[in-house]
Ligand binder design. Structure first.
Ligand SMILES: C[S@@+](CC[C@H](N)C(=O)[O-])C[C@H]1O[C@@H](n2cnc3c(N)ncnc32)[C@H](O)[C@@H]1O
Length: 346
């Protein structure tokens, strides 16, 4: 991902003289100016928080719940727009309560990511001061608070965890709750569905399953259904704050013994598991991700106990089998649909 949308935000950094807030999602900048004591960072991705802390910033992890920051009176709020509209609108709406009376909101992004639309919509809530550009494709805008904003951008009630989808598996209907900000929050991923259906095919090849690891758990679809299938406890992990919140919510609601851990690629988890389930990410924000599949495979290998098995589901075009051979002795395609394949790794 190129840095030009961030460069537009950085061009304002020299004007920061008081407490300011930089809101970052899963797309951290490739390069950034030295840490500035006045600029706090908030991100919903645990790895981005760690990265920014290593760069010397005061960075915190949250699903952009700004309640504790309201009335801080920030001089600037900086935001490079996110891929998810509801999230971006939530951040843009919230800036109103975060800024001091003459504070400024600065947003930036690429034209192909819809920055022009965000600039137009934000102009209805704030006083538009200026639009400035890096080139034809990368734009930013600067806003001031108006006294009584008449418009709120549609954020789909971003903070609210609500019932979103239901699934019947193993003769039981489970209602999942979710929220914007989580991968595919209001749908069931067909690949994950195929993985759950495939568990029947491998259960007799497994040692007694006492505990399962779900890497990249999202709102907990695989965690809940796999734990129910084997009547066991689950460790679920994701790098996204909204996923952690909703997965925990669903496991609690189903009365499943669990731990939900915010980590990138299961980093820091030390236990071993009889079964690892995983539907790895294919995109990170606006970019296509290749390395993460490798990192997820590596984590699965490290966390598998003797005789354990990892089950991955991916789009047909992802060369998972070839990648997996670097880490596993046995790589078997056990199920496929027109779009997905399920692979068992030992
Ligand atoms: C394809 S989704 C699968 C979600 C869920 N398991 C399901 O079946 O609905 C991939 C998940 O991986 C998570 N993810 C992306 N990058 C990650 C990382 N570096 N570490 C841990 N999880 C990550 C995403 O937040 C997302 O929830």
């Amino acid at each position: 991902m190129n840095n030009q949308s961030f460069e537009l935000l950085f061009s304002i950094f020299p004007q920061v003289t008081e407490k300011s807030l930089w809101i970052l999602d899963e797309n951290p900048p490739v390069n950034c100016p030295a840490a500035n004591n006045h600029i706090e960072v908030i991100s919903n991705r645990v790895d981005v928080v760690e990265q920014m802390q290593q760069r010397g910033f005061n960075a915190t992890f949250s699903d952009f719940s700004f309640d504790k920051l309201i009335n801080t009176g920030y001089q600037f709020v900086f935001f490079r727009i996110s891929k998810e509209k509801a999230l971006a609108h939530h951040v843009i709406n919230s800036a109103y309560q975060l800024l001091k009376s003459d504070g400024q909101l600065i947003i930036s992004g690429a034209k192909q990511e819809g920055i022009k639309g965000y600039i137009d919509r934000s102009s209805k809530r704030y006083l538009h001061v200026e639009t400035f550009k890096a080139d034809k494709a990368h734009w930013a805008a600067r806003y001031k608070n108006t006294e009584n904003p008449s418009t709120t951008l549609d954020d789909k009630d971003y903070p609210l965890i609500r019932e979103s989808v239901e699934e019947t598996h193993f003769k039981e209907t489970v209602v999942f709750s979710s929220k914007p900000g989580v991968f595919g929050w209001n749908k069931i991923d067909r690949g994950s569905q195929l993985l759950i259906e495939s568990l029947e095919m491998i259960e007799n090849q497994l040692p007694a399953v006492k505990t399962i690891l779900d890497i990249g758990c999202g709102y907990g679809y695989l965690s809940v259904l796999a734990a129910k299938k084997f009547n066991c406890s689950i460790t679920a992990t994701d790098n996204n704050a909204a996923a952690i919140e909703t997965c925990r919510f669903n496991l609690n609601k189903q009365g499943i013994e669990h731990q939900v851990i915010a980590a990138s690629c299961a980093k820091g988890i030390k236990e071993k598991f009889e079964l690892v389930v995983c539907n790895p990410p294919f995109h990170t924000g606006f970019s296509v991700e290749n390395d993460l599949t490798d990192q997820f495979l590596k984590a699965a290998k490290q966390r598998l106990g003797h005789d354990g098995m990892a089950i991955f589901v991916v789009n047909l075009h992802i060369p998972l089998e070839r990648k997996a051979l670097q880490y596993f002795d046995s790589v078997n395609l056990i199920n496929e649909s027109p779009n997905f394949k399920v692979i068992a790794l030992k």
